[in-house]
Design a protein around this ligand. Structure first.
Ligand code: DQA
Length: 145
C-alpha cells in the first residue's frame, strides 16, 4: 500500500524555523522516522515537500494516477487558504490525515480555519513532529479497518 507524505510551504525549514514553536526535529528526521515506521507497518511512502501550491496539487494528482491509498498531509499555511488543494484531495478521492506540528487552535485566529479538516479522515494537531508518525499509524489503521 502506497502512502503520500505531503509537506507544504516552509516545512523544509523544520528544525531551524521558530524552534520554540516547531521543535528541533528536521524534516529529514521526520522522513527517516516515517520510513522506519512504514517498514514496520508494511506500507511504502512517497515524500513530497514543496513551497508551491500548484506543485503540491500536481503531486496529489500524480499520487491519484498511481493508485496511492492515502496521504499524511501537513499543508502548512495552505491549510488555511487553499481551496485548490482541498479540491485536489476531493478530486482524487485520496483519504488523508491532517497533521500540524503546532497547536493551530492556540495561535492566531486565521489559523483556526482549516480548508482540509472537514474532508480529512482525522487530524493530529499540536503534538510536535511525532504527529506525523501518529498520523501515519492512525491512517493505516483506518484504511485496514
Ligand atoms: C503548521 C501550522 C500552520 O499554521 C503554519 O502555517 C505552518 C505549520 C504546523 O505544522 O503547525 O506552516 O502547519
Amino acid at each position: 500500500m502506497k502512502i503520500l507524505v505531503l509537506n507544504g510551504p516552509n516545512l523544509n525549514l523544520l528544525g531551524t524555523r521558530e524552534p520554540e514553536r516547531y521543535g528541533a526535529t528536521t524534516l529529514e528526521d521526520v522522513t527517516t522516522r516515517l520510513d522506519e515506521l512504514a517498514e514496520e507497518l508494511g506500507v511504502v511512502l512517497w515524500h513530497v515537500q514543496s513551497n508551491h501550491e500548484g506543485e503540491l496539487i500536481d503531486q496529489v494528482h500524480e499520487a491519484g494516477r498511481q493508485g496511492f491509498k492515502g496521504a499524511v498531509v501537513n499543508a502548512g499555511a495552505y491549510t488555511h487558504t487553499s481551496i485548490a488543494l482541498r479540491d485536489a484531495f476531493l478530486g482524487t478521492a485520496i483519504p488523508f490525515v491532517e497533521v500540524h506540528v503546532s497547536n493551530v487552535y492556540a495561535r492566531e485566529p486565521f489559523r483556526h480555519k482549516s480548508l482540509l479538516a472537514d474532508v480529512a479522515v482525522g487530524a493530529v494537531i499540536g503534538l510536535g513532529a511525532q504527529g506525523y508518525e501518529l498520523g501515519l499509524r492512525g491512517l493505516v489503521a483506518k484504511l485496514r479497518a
